[in-house]
Design a protein around this ligand. Structure first.
Ligand SMILES: C[S@@+](CC[C@H](N)C(=O)[O-])C[C@H]1O[C@@H](n2cnc3c(N)ncnc32)[C@H](O)[C@@H]1O
Length: 548
């Protein structure tokens, strides 16, 4: 929270008799801001507030993905851009907040003629207006562009009105859009969303299970590129690394005329106190479309690697990827996700003294018929495993199967499930709609293969674990991926191939460590085990290792 600066305050005190129109005129002369007070009401309220020394600033709101950029960072970004001879004449900050970038840009780029800022939180615009006024009062000879600040929701803002004014002048779109995802907003019941939420065109089940999930910052970045990539100019946005990855990924489809794509990694913990990986994404408009981004350290300019499209494939480290690209194909086995029940309190069981105990700490007996040991991501740390910590009730052998018949024969299990039916009814995911009461997902013939090679989808480690039966088949939960085998030898051979140093290096060359889910089915399906087996057969001794 900031107070009005001393210079600005004394300016208002000196001019306190001035009327609304006159004051706006005076303020335009002093600060470049057009319609400093949009409405006469605002002006009257402001005068009262000044008199009462009230603060007009509210606390930031989580639904706005509010992480204001500190001035040191915004200034080092504008100075870096200036060192690249950008010299913008028109600047747009689409979610400008308190205007750190606008203030730094005005200080840095003497070429600026017009500045446009849009922000939903009115108090932030006030803060920015006073800062601008203070700046120009202190620096009367500084270059003073015309400044338009809009108190508006970016999702309904008419950017065409700005586009119409550019007229071939050099544009810079700069900023740091909201850091919040549509799924967080839906938990908050927030309406701070674009009307077209499925803009990534995720289909059916993908939209339900997460592929339709997107970051508001990503939506705004793509909107800016859609609207302005044909102008002469540049783009510089502080965004999450996952958003940058998605922009480059989608570039194959979007083909925006952008080039010189660079990603400067910042320390988001230090700069924003946020535990995310974020970078400054920079590119040049109006050029032949490029499909890769070079990554640097923002503070040292040390180059890291290049990510993006190479030979129609997407890689996180193109140089490394090229060494192993022949392994990139289609896995001969289908990778599956484990069992999903969304009912951990009731369905995650432990065995204790001949009884079962659930997460509600209730003790009870169940028939053994539907009980299976189940492994979670945290169980997949070692080379092999055959002892489960947890058990679950497998109510179906395949998706959608009725659950009533089977339960008729198992009175204890039936009574237990019905006693807790509220937990099943409360499951939020729409995949359970219209399905039998105790339905589970991620189940099929493949779930019951005795040997499996599995990996966690939650952790970033790339080693694969061999899962062996122990009396009964062991299952995996939906945080894990696996391929199933009928016998030990085949499973062990697959595990050996997957854990080879060459395979591991290949995986790391196209896996995105900073993604929320780094290991995905798409990634695993790209590992062509047949090819790896052929290429590495001279160096690997599978026959004798298979006996281990
Ligand atoms: C990550 S902050 C960054 C602010 C500023 N760009 C900076 O760099 O300091 C995102 C800003 O977007 C604003 N915002 C969130 N939703 C918005 C919307 N729908 N329309 C306009 N601004 C929005 C927030 O209030 C917040 O000021």
């Amino acid at each position: 929270m900031r107070d009005i600066g001393f210079k600005a305050l004394s300016f208002f005190q000196k001019n306190k008799k001035t009327d609304f129109q006159e004051m706006n005129k005076l303020l335009k002369e002093q600060s470049g801001i057009v319609n400093f007070f949009e409405k006469e009401d605002d002006f009257i309220q402001f005068k009262q507030n000044i008199e009462m020394s009230q603060s007009m600033i509210c606390e930031p709101n989580i639904e706005y993905g509010d992480f204001q950029t500190n001035r040191k960072l915004s200034l080092s970004i504008t100075e870096y851009l200036s060192s690249k001879n950008l010299n913008p004449q028109v600047l747009i900050e689409p979610a400008c907040g308190k205007g750190s970038f606008i203030l730094s840009a005005i200080q840095t780029f003497t070429s600026l003629q017009q500045v446009f800022g849009i922000e939903i939180q009115k108090s932030y615009l006030w803060e920015l207006k006073f800062e601008l006024l203070e700046y120009f009062l202190k620096n009367p000879t500084a270059n003073k562009p015309e400044i338009h600040l809009f108190h508006c929701n970016i999702f309904v803002f008419d950017f065409q009105q700005i586009k119409n004014q550019i007229n071939g002048r050099k544009l810079l779109i700069i900023g740091n859009p909201p850091w919040v995802t549509n799924s967080t907003l839906s938990i908050l019941n927030s309406k701070n969303l674009p009307t077209k939420t499925n803009f990534k065109q995720a289909k059916g089940i993908e939209a339900i299970t997460g592929k339709g999930n997107f970051d508001i910052g990503e939506y705004i970045s793509l909107k800016m590129l859609d609207l302005f990539a044909n102008e002469i100019g540049n783009f510089a946005f502080l965004i999450k690394n996952s958003v940058i990855k998605n922009i480059i990924y989608e570039q194959k489809r979007n083909k925006y005329p952008i080039s010189n794509i660079e990603k400067y990694a910042i320390n988001a913990k230090k700069e924003f106190g946020a535990a995310v990986d974020a970078s400054l994404f920079v590119c040049k408009f109006n050029s032949t479309a490029e499909f890769t981004a070079t990554e640097f350290d923002f503070y040292t300019s040390k180059p890291h690697l290049t990510l993006g499209w190479v030979n129609n494939k997407f890689a996180s480290d193109i140089e490394k990827y090229k060494k192993y690209q022949e392994f990139d194909g289609v896995c001969p086995f289908e990778w599956r996700q484990g069992i999903k029940h969304d009912c951990a309190k009731v369905m995650e069981l432990e065995r204790r003294d001949g009884h079962f105990v659930n997460a509600l700490n209730e003790e009870f007996e169940l028939e053994e018929d539907l009980i299976y040991g189940i492994l979670k991501s945290s169980d997949l740390k070692g080379d092999r495993i055959n002892i489960p910590r947890k058990y679950t009730i497998v109510t179906q052998q395949k998706i959608g199967q009725p659950t009533e018949d089977i339960l008729e024969r198992l009175p204890k299990t039936k009574a237990y499930l019905y006693r807790h039916k509220e937990y099943f009814l409360r499951r939020k995911s729409s995949i359970y709609n219209g399905k039998p009461m105790f339905s589970i997902f991620g189940v099929g013939d493949y779930s019951f293969k005795p040997y499996k090679v599995a990996i966690s989808g939650l952790y970033k480690q790339t080693k694969f674990t061999l899962v062996e039966p122990n009396g009964t088949v062991l299952l995996l939960d939906d945080t894990c991926y696996f391929i199933g085998f009928e016998n030990f030898a085949d499973a062990k051979a697959a595990q050996l191939l997957l854990n080879k140093p060459e395979t591991q290096a290949f995986i790391k060359s196209f896996m995105f460590m900073d993604a929320k889910r780094a290991i995905t089915k798409d990634l695993l399906m790209r590992i062509d085990l047949d090819k790896i087996s052929q290429v590495t057969s001279q160096t690997s001794p599978p026959a004798n290792l298979l006996q281990s």
